[in-house]
Design a protein around this ligand. Structure first.
Ligand SMILES: [Zn+2]
Length: 427
């Protein structure tokens, strides 16, 4: 996730060392958060290459205009359908894990025809390619195609909430982690297409261009280009260094007993560090001094109106300790001792929650629980043995907290010495 040549990565490789000089986060520069590390997005081919968005779109157009798409083509096209923000997924035999429900272009076209709809190239959004395997990947929103759901059921595939897939992902399984990243990117793009239907300047309809990677106003005298925008969110672990404790909060939407880091949107005209200090002050009345960057994570599972969030993680050192909770924003905020947080991490049953979610995906795909509300009968994050628990390893909050527990944070003076040449606010 952190480019090894970046100044930030260099900073981490030098400083994430514990007081005994044992590197705890020696793999920090290799830490890939859930939804990061998308293997088909790392390099967009140049327009002259057959896998490039524009070139692939031309090939796609000509294939769709013919009567058959069953002939073998180069490049090969794979399509991932989404319904109301949920990707098509299946359960992997011998699990417990899951896979995305990729369809061939021919399968996708015939599913559309069976539900009396027509698959046009405007509906398909370019996701990326694996040029060494000769495959180009696309996503398509089929929310309007009700007939499709029954058709796909016969293939033991179903549309699953991305959050459920996120919890069901085995952290150690790089293949599923890669699929989760692809699904997250695809969901963010498709949701952005849904909210960018009209031009913000003149109000005319927008059309998809460059294989769905951007949109353009259809008004000839306007023709504004519209790109997917990322909404940056600061997320911070506030540390009381003197008393060796951290500030965690609860929100009413959290599952019972879950505590996490503070987070908030960046406002126009402020730096990341200023956003960390302002949000902490507004929500808890705590004054923050030094702010240290940790890592960032794409977060496509926020509200559907904001599908392209980027969580930017920091450690924030408290200058004052008295908490004054803003009850409109938070249910509660408290200082938690190292011992309590360590217990919460040790006893939380992340593995059990993962297996439960994976088993639910399997049941859904076998049609066992059609129409059943999944969230009603299991907590995606269990942690039954601890009086409190923190989010699972799919969330950046987990890594901020466990980094503090493992004493992997550089101490203040060390940071001050090493950050003088790196202005983090210029990121
Ligand atoms: Zn316009």
């Amino acid at each position: 996730m952190l480019c090894s040549s970046s100044p930030i990565a260099a900073l981490f490789s030098k400083t994430l060392i514990n007081p005994n000089s044992r590197p705890i986060f020696s793999t920090m520069s290799l830490l890939t958060h859930a939804f990061a590390g998308n293997p088909i997005k790392s390099r967009t081919p140049k327009p002259s290459e057959p896998f490039a968005p524009q070139t692939a779109l031309q090939t796609l157009k000509s294939l769709l205009s013919r009567n058959t798409t069953h002939e073998s083509t180069s490049p090969d096209f794979k399509v991932l359908p989404f319904r109301k923000g949920r990707p098509l997924a299946g359960s992997t035999a011998g699990g417990p894990t899951w896979h995305l429900g990729w369809l061939s272009l021919g399968e996708c076209k015939s599913f559309f025809e069976k539900s009396r709809a027509s698959l046009s190239e405007d509906l398909l959004v370019y996701l990326g390619c694996k040029s060494d395997e000769g495959v180009v990947y696309w996503a398509v929103d089929v929310s309007e195609e009700n007939g499709l759901v029954n058709e796909l059921g016969s293939k033991q595939l179903c549309f699953v909430e991305l959050r459920t897939l996120m919890v069901a992902t085995d952290w150690a399984d790089s293949t599923t982690m890669a699929e989760l990243a692809i699904a997250g990117h695809a969901r963010a793009l498709l949701e952005w297409h849904n909210v960018a239907r009209f031009c913000g300047y003149c109000g005319e309809k927008t059309v998809s261009v460059e294989a769905g990677r951007r949109k353009q106003c259809s008004n000839e005298s306007c023709k504004r280009r519209i790109y997917p925008r990322v909404d940056p969110v600061v997320i911070m672990l506030v540390i009381d260094k003197e008393n060796d404790r951290v500030l965690l909060n609860r929100q009413s939407r959290f599952v019972p007993r879950m505590w996490s880091c503070l987070a908030g949107f960046i406002e126009p005209g402020e730096s990341l560090e200023e956003a960390v200090r302002r949000e902490t002050w507004e929500e808890t009345g705590i004054e923050v001094g030094e702010v240290v960057y940790h890592s960032s994570q794409p977060w496509p599972v926020g509200p559907s109106s904001m599908p392209c969030q980027l969580m930017i993680g920091f450690f924030a050192y408290a200058k004052s300790l008295e908490i004054n909770v803003d009850k409109e924003e938070l249910e509660d905020a408290k200082w938690h001792s190292r011992e309590d947080v360590e217990k919460a991490l040790t006893f939380a049953e992340y593995k059990k929650a993962q297996e439960t979610a994976a088993a639910k995906v399997e049941q859904m795909c076998r049609g066992v629980e059609k129409g059943h509300n999944l969230s009603s009968d299991f907590n995606v994050e269990s942690g039954e043995l601890a009086p409190m628990f923190i989010p699972g390893p799919f969330a950046i909050a987990h890594h901020l907290i466990s980094c503090w527990i493992n004493r992997g944070i550089p101490n203040s003076s060390e940071v001050q010495n090493q950050t003088t040449s790196v202005s983090l606010s210029n990121l």
